[in-house]
Design a protein around this ligand. Structure first.
Ligand SMILES: NC(=O)c1ccc[n+]([C@@H]2O[C@H](COP(=O)([O-])OP(=O)(O)OC[C@H]3O[C@@H](n4cnc5c(N)ncnc54)[C@H](O)[C@@H]3O)[C@@H](O)[C@H]2O)c1
Length: 264
């Protein structure tokens, strides 16, 4: 029998982290060897894994990496993700990054470091297969209908805006469309930001409300018609097949993989 892939989860006490801990623990090919969260260490925090098994939640990355994992999964926040990933890669540990907010130049640096160390780093803005298909379809439609705006909707605890998925969608649309539509009229924003943010000439609008998880609508406009592509994540469990698949694939890759579609 092949050896199990040893995994640590960073951000283990967070909404995505807790779901990931469960998914990794339940997978027969993966072995959870450490948990990390800056909220750990307050009291006797640990996570119950069932069958009387529990793992302590460490607050020190160095201590968590000492468990000699093959892969670190990061679901922390935009302020921590770069340093965490850099530290793990520098020790020759493959990384799966679900946290959004990494800049292009940071991803280039992580790519170089991973190649130097002979390991892989997967940066995946969205682990839901439906969201990946939404992006793919958006690229296809943009070839014919280049006028497009994006509305992304998330829970009100989300720190960064716009979402990593909306940025990736705008990049895919921009690469696919043959022309960037020119605005027909001079616009006046009576409230600053009313027309949303803009990337590559594509407006992105961010909604933050309680009750939401992760949702996105890509709206194409044509002469006398419109087309909408919408994806909804109703439960974080929907991200887990993508997370587990990425962990299993990244151990055989070197350098950066950006986006789940490049692993399918
Ligand atoms: N890629 C995807 O499919 C996907 C899906 C949902 C959310 N996300 C992203 O994942 C990230 C986490 O989302 P969430 O909803 O779980 O957030 P959350 O706030 O519930 O959890 C983040 C956790 O990280 C911990 N943390 C922060 N800094 C840390 C550090 N330096 N070291 C260790 N732990 C640290 C926090 O204490 C917290 O428990 C966000 O960036 C979010 O946008 C990605």
């Amino acid at each position: 029998m092949a050896a199990k892939i040893k995994v640590i989860v960073s951000g283990a006490l967070g909404k995505m982290g807790l779901e990931t801990v469960r998914a990794v623990h339940q997978d027969r090919d993966l072995e959870l060897v450490g948990l990390l969260d800056m909220r750990g260490g307050q009291g006797d925090l640990g996570i119950e894994l069932g069958d009387g098994l529990s793992l302590p939640v460490l607050i020190d990355l160095g201590q968590a990496l000492a468990a000699d994992p093959d892969v670190m999964i990061d679901f922390t926040n935009p302020q921590s993700v770069f340093t965490n990933t850099q530290t793990a890669l520098a020790q020759g540990i493959n990384c799966v990054v679900g946290t959004t907010g990494l800049s292009e130049s940071q991803m280039t640096q992580l790519d170089e470091l991973a190649r130097q160390k002979g390991v892989g780093v997967a940066v995946i803005p969205n682990f839901a297969i439906g969201a990946v298909l939404m992006m793919k379809l958006a690229g296809e439609v943009a070839r014919y209908l280049p006028d497009v705006e994006i509305i992304e909707m998330h829970h009100d605890q989300k720190i960064d805006a716009p979402s990593g998925t909306s940025i990736k969608t705008a990049e895919i649309i921009n690469a696919a469309r043959s022309r960037v539509p020119q605005r027909k009229s001079q616009e006046i924003e009576k409230i600053p930001g009313a027309r949303g943010g803009e990337l590559n000439g594509i407006k992105i609008h961010s909604v933050r409300l309680p009750g939401f998880i992760a949702h996105q609508e890509v709206i194409f406009g044509g002469v006398g018609q419109s087309l909408r592509i919408r994806h909804d994540s109703y439960d974080r469990v929907g991200f887990m097949p993508g997370v587990v698949m990425t962990v299993k694939k990244i151990v055989d890759l070197k350098g950066l993989v950006y986006g789940l579609e490049n692993l399918l």
